[in-house]
Design a protein around this ligand. Structure first.
Ligand code: GAF
Length: 386
């Protein structure tokens, strides 16, 4: 199988008639636990995948940027006049949005020719859009010769998403894509922006983390993600706190008793309990007790299904089938409304667990899922040219 770096380099040459000056890669991520907690100033625990997006880039003559992707036959040109939120739509909007955010932050972004190639599954809750944005940002910073510290880069990518693309997402995905290190999960406090690399040696523990793509597409730019965020903000307002992060899980019963609206009450219960689950998971991983984190993953799924209401039948079926096949824990991962589930299994049980989910999907008449096992990998990096 050709890796995206090979494809990006080759297609760059075919498209622009010269070699790129560099290749920059940024990975997709899987979130182990901590869903919809980031924009509530809470805790998350993602790790980077080996699956990544590569941008091959070189300075361009003209006053503009040109971008092409191996997935489309489309070449998109944009100039300074297009650096207006929402102006460039579709996949190229993520690229234009990064240029916009960099220029707005005062960086001298060089005009460039760009070629994108990726093996991150698209629209599956594994952060393909952030992988593209982070790869674009690191490529343009590399070409331009300016250095942006990791968390500042993550915040610029968040501005791209929130203001140029128009998706009200939090900080988790770009932080994961930029800051993760191989063999670790990233424990991120989304209020203080403190990070801790938590060792995650799945193989050493005799375990596998199965990622199973239900092949039901999800999107953040639609209304449901934004509605969840609004309900959380309403909950914080009712409770008189800056963000739901400020409610301790021990105070949850008292807090819930103050909320009349049943929907807001359940959204608050998810976020507050999920923050506690992230912290418990981190404590278990620090102690080397990976398997013991399984029930927390499963509890997270139940909370997303019943209280946050972001799962869909395919995702619930996949989790139930994985657990019935003996997984230690299983949950949907990512923004929700489709996408992937994860299941923690013994290393030699990953394939049979996936087969059990495939059988459950066939019985339910769902489209067949895809699956692979996750390897905690490095964040964004510059690659050598071949
Ligand atoms: C998406 C968003 F981009 C993240 O910021 C996060 O909110 C996640 O959904 C849910 O945990 O991936």
């Amino acid at each position: 199988m050709t890796l995206p770096e090979g494809t990006a380099e080759e297609l760059f040459f075919d498209t622009y008639g010269r070699a790129p000056e560099g290749l920059w890669a940024s990975p997709g991520r899987v979130n182990l636990i901590g869903e919809h907690t980031d924009y509530n100033d809470g805790f998350v625990l993602p790790f980077a995948l080996p699956e990544r997006t590569v941008v091959a880039a070189a300075h361009a003559e003209g006053p503009q940027w040109t971008v092409r992707s191996d997935l489309t036959a489309e070449t998109v040109h944009f100039g300074r006049d297009d650096l207006v939120p929402g102006k460039i739509k579709g996949w190229a909007g993520y690229v234009a949005g990064v240029v916009w955010a960099l220029v707005e932050a005062g960086h001298q972004v060089p005009p460039a020719d760009l070629m994108v190639s990726s093996n991150v599954p698209l629209g599956s809750g594994l952060s393909s859009s952030h992988a593209l944005e982070c790869a674009t940002l690191t490529a343009l910073a590399g070409l331009g010769g300016f250095d942006i510290p990791g968390m500042d880069a993550a915040k610029l990518v968040q501005r791209t998403e929130n203001l140029y693309v128009g998706a009200a997402t939090g900080l988790m995905d770009q932080a994961a894509s930029l800051l993760c290190t191989a063999g670790h999960a990233l424990f991120l406090d989304c209020r203080t922006l403190e990070t801790e690399q938590i060792p995650l040696d799945l193989t050493g523990a005799g375990l596998a983390l199965l990622i199973l793509n239900t092949n039901t597409k999800h999107s953040h730019a639609d209304g449901e993600y934004a509605k969840r965020r609004q309900s959380c903000e309403r909950g914080a307002e009712i409770l008189g706190v800056p963000a739901l992060r400020d409610i301790a899980v021990t105070d949850l019963p008292d807090a819930l008793a103050k909320i009349d609206d049943d929907v807001v009450r359940r959204r608050v219960r998810h976020v507050v309990s999920e923050n506690a689950r992230v912290q418990e998971t981190v404590a278990l991983l620090r102690a080397g007790s990976v398997r013991e984190a399984g029930p927390l993953l499963t509890a997270s799924h139940a909370s997303m299904r019943d209280d946050f209401e972001i799962t869909v039948p395919q995702v619930d079926t996949a989790v139930e089938a994985a657990l019935a096949a003996g997984a230690y824990g299983s949950r949907m991962t990512g923004g929700g409304f489709g996408g992937c589930i994860i299941a923690l299994t013994d290393v030699d049980q990953a394939a049979s667990t996936a087969e059990a989910v495939e059988a459950a999907f066939a019985a339910a008449g769902f489209r067949a899922p895809d699956w692979f096992t996750a390897v905690p990998s490095a964040g964004a990096t510059q690659l050598r040219l071949s």
